[in-house]
Design a protein around this ligand. Sequence first.
Ligand SMILES: Cc1cc2nc3c(=O)[nH]c(=O)nc-3n(C[C@H](O)[C@H](O)[C@H](O)COP(=O)(O)OP(=O)(O)OC[C@H]3O[C@@H](n4cnc5c(N)ncnc54)[C@H](O)[C@@H]3O)c2cc1C
Length: 447
Amino acid sequence: LVSWKSTTLTSWGRAQAEVVAARPERIGGVLDVLAAPLEGGLLAYGAGRSYGDAALNGGGHQVLTGRLDRLLAFDPDSGQVVAEAGVTFDDLRRVFLPRGFVPPVIPGTGFATLGGAVANDVHGKNHDHAGSFGNHLDWIDLALPNGAAVRCSATELPELFEATIGGIGLTGIILQMAFRLVRVPSGELMVREERMPDLDAFLATFAHARRHSTFSVGWIDAMARGRSLGRGIIETAEWAPLPSRRWRERAPHRVPCNFPAMALNPLSVAAFNQLYWHRVPAGGREREVPADRFFHPLDKLHDWNRIYGKHGFHQFQCVLPDGTAEQGLTALLTEIGNSRAASFLAVLKTLGSAGLGALSFPQRGYTLALDFPHRRHVWELLSRLEAITLDHGGRIYLAKDSALSPQGFARMYPRLEEFRNLLDQIDPDQRMTSSMARRLGLREVRS
Ligand SMILES: Cc1cc2nc3c(=O)[nH]c(=O)nc-3n(C[C@H](O)[C@H](O)[C@H](O)COP(=O)(O)OP(=O)(O)OC[C@H]3O[C@@H](n4cnc5c(N)ncnc54)[C@H](O)[C@@H]3O)c2cc1C
């Protein structure tokens, strides 16, 4: 029997929703959930690491997948692992890194679940070479909105497979999946860091790094303006060829309370950015770094989103095609710099080819991600950034979004109609829904 509880769920940017939630212990419990009438519709909630309202279904029902966390099978010859949807990247690291295996795609937090990784078709710091998570799936077992459990893959129900990858939970509840881990020679990476004085230098270095380095990621000082616009630090990395020393796992720290709103202001952010820039010597540096610190640098500071205070924050992440990236990034960074609203830790990465999913975010180009504390004029700023993204043929990442307009969404995701048609077939009564789907008019608006 499923037990339901009224509760408040929160996203990583601290948006909140009042929902009725169940936390099934087993896959059978998910099927029981779908057998019942569900007022306000249903949506899965993984670890709540998406920033906006993708994982929230305000006023409706939610299935929390945290207890569906079993590793079911592993074949060391092929690297294939079968796992339930609530398994996290951190779980995989603890079990498989000592055995010399890692997931082919690793997002920037180890707390994300596999279900969330499929539903947002997440990317890592190696997208040019590895694509996104959906590219590595052998199959997905899915509970459809009508309660039937089906297996889908590139050959079985391929349209359903492509809609579920990046489908923000709207095709049903992902139960379990099979995908391939890759072998690595050690648990550490050799990381090279270099200062980039401006955007031109950054893009030229990235153009080389995306071809020659397995991993690359940049940090941009979004407060810099004028001749320093786009200055930052680029990191490139390779797996260290041999295990070196045993690293002690760092004990996590926790941000104990919400910071006051005034703590984050243009002065404190500019001072932090200045220190961060000087962290790397002018001639660059190379060091060996354990995998968790390279892939998940923020995970040892639990609840770091409290730094933004109780009103939370918004993350803006877009991708701009190679051809318009220089112009588009200049326009975005100028707008952001003038607003004086940006926070620290803006991230620049490259993406390779488009994802498999109808709503997959990746397309070839440059992706910029940064946080804005929730303040009075933030909606106007986000709307201007949406317009610049559209003008340059780019798109906004749904995993991070809280502000995209329905019109902007339809223009950015050309396979939207295909996705809607599939939902009309498998979910005519719109049992699966979310706060994001309603905000974006995902089921209602027809062109
Ligand atoms: C610090 C940080 C760094 C990040 N770095 C990256 C990055 O480098 N690359 C990247 O791509 N993303 C990144 N993200 C975003 C994050 O990877 C995605 O938002 C991911 O989807 C979060 O997984 P989750 O388990 O928390 O899912 P949630 O946030 O709980 O849910 C996300 C979506 O998945 C759906 N979902 C979850 N489980 C299931 C299921 N079992 N069945 C069906 N649908 C399901 C939800 O309905 C929702 O639509 C980062 C987030 C943070 C906080």
